[in-house]
Design a protein around this ligand. Sequence first.
Ligand SMILES: [Zn+2]
Length: 661
Amino acid sequence: MKSKYLILGFVMMVSCTAKSPMKSDESAPKGVQQAAALWTEEDGSQADFDQMVADYYCQTDSERFVLFESLSRIFENIYQSADMLTVELLRPTQLTDASEPQAPDWIMSGYSPLAHFSDDMFANKLAFITIMNFPHYSLEEKNTLGRHWTRQEWAYARMGDVFTTRVPAQVNTRMAQALADAENYIADYNIYMDNLRTEDGRQIWPDGKVLLSHWNLRDELKALYYEWSAERGELNEKQEMIYQVMQRIVNQTIPQEAVNNPDYVWQPYAIAENTESEPYTRYQKILDIAHAYMAEDAYCPSMPTGIIRNFEGGVEIPADELDSLFRALVGSKQVSIVASVIRERLGRDLRPYDIWYDGFKARASLDEDELTEQTSRLYPHASAFAADMPRLLEKMGFTPMKSKEIASHIAVEPARGSGHAWPCLGRKEDARLRTRIAPTGMDYKGYNIAVHEFGHCVEQVLDMYFIDHYMLSGVPNTAYTEASAFLWQQRDLQLLPKSPITNQQSQMSNNEVFDNFWSMYEIMGVSLVDMAMWQWIYAHPKATAKELCEATQEIAKDVWNRYYEPVLGEHDCILLAVYSHMVNAPMYLPNYPLGHIVQYQLEEHLAQYANQQDFAAEYARIYKLGRLTPKQWMIEAVGEAPSIEPILRAVDKLCEATQNQ
Ligand SMILES: [Zn+2]
């Protein structure tokens, strides 16, 4: 889900040098040097710059503090007001409590009130005043110097992240366009399953079955572990067929006509000769985004690639650190242990698509209809969920007063689409929990998701309303808000008035540990391919779409052969390159496994707090740390940097317990 950090991201990211007429003066304070580097001829002469420094450079700590408070108030008002405007403009298209969306609403749904904010602030010199007094620190500096910073020094450093890039508007537009094109391509990539034929010409999906790649294809594959009633040990022909289609999407041997076409019947195992394949469109979309990144690079010499800007500027964990973290898990001995559990359950050797094995779903033993009966009675509409929020918080361990206070800053709204959380960007705004409730009330699945989104909202309120400095509000990156959401979602049953489980059982069950571990194993492989593909693109800036297609397959094979073939078989499998995120959300995938890594570290740490009140107090302490770097946040939260050890320990503990039985 969306986090504040993403919204603020476009103004905070990188240090950048436009063509500056200024002489560099290495004796000048760090901030003044950085401001000079961003000053252009259009901003004025050297004398104008010097005058600005004389007028606005703070000579004392107290002057600097007064300036900091003033800028904080300005930024909070601007971000918050812009966000509240956006929320209102999007209301008809996003929520069901507004009028039906009309043409102007759709047009305005793409409008960004802050699109020209950065330009305006450079024009009126506020950006320069900010930079010279609050210099930008690199990630490395934040992680080393930051260990000894006070909270106020951290807040100053975040102030230094606000205006450090000056990418021209037309370059920004190019990126927005490339992303929008990729989004549209992915949004229409439907496979008409009823048009697929087996080698002997049979249709195996019912008429009207349409699946969007890759999400629906993968989810159908997962569901087939349950629906399928064949003998244990046999392969499922539908799963095999989906696997075949996915490979054709990756290597672009899928017929062009098969994409989003209700009228084209085809055999994925035997493409007729002279069939026109999709002409590497998938990879051209990625290249278009890559070229937009490269156009920005020239304005960002201190973070000169999209890769560095994404990982060191955005995620704030360098790509190579994530790479090692992921490789340590996918290469761990625990993989073969969990794989043997799956092999045992399926009664057959594993196939590549068993990276999506879904049989660990822990709560299969609970009667979902019974749960739905309870949740739909409890929550007939959105406002019923809103009214119940203080009780949920109390059950988690918050005091009645604190519970009321936190809940008072969360608005529950009926969504048109699926549920999501919308963060608040200032202290006059509520965090928003959007949920979709059927006329018959909230079913259990909807409840489970609503509790996840509630976990986002509680985090957002804690680190906005209860934090010491506005500039530190938020979390280090997306993964850290996801961890809070997972933490709540994990306890959804415990939070019900008539809970079918005891508090003890609410801790992660065996199956859930296996399930989380296996999905981390899967998504880390996918992330490794995504990251390596971007390294390749930057090493081959002139590559064609066909070359990128070939290289991506080589990368996918390499990761597969090393970490997946030993347990899932099939040399040179390319399945790990099928995710649509690789096309429409560049370098976003690593956020998913990171969320689980953070969650396990928190769960292991919080498990020491057996008393529910202590648990809530510790959870709140942690989520009031705010937007430190991911590393510093984790050290202050649990005492160590991001690590995969907690999840590996959880799997080990489980295996020991199973062996001792
Ligand atoms: Zn989420």
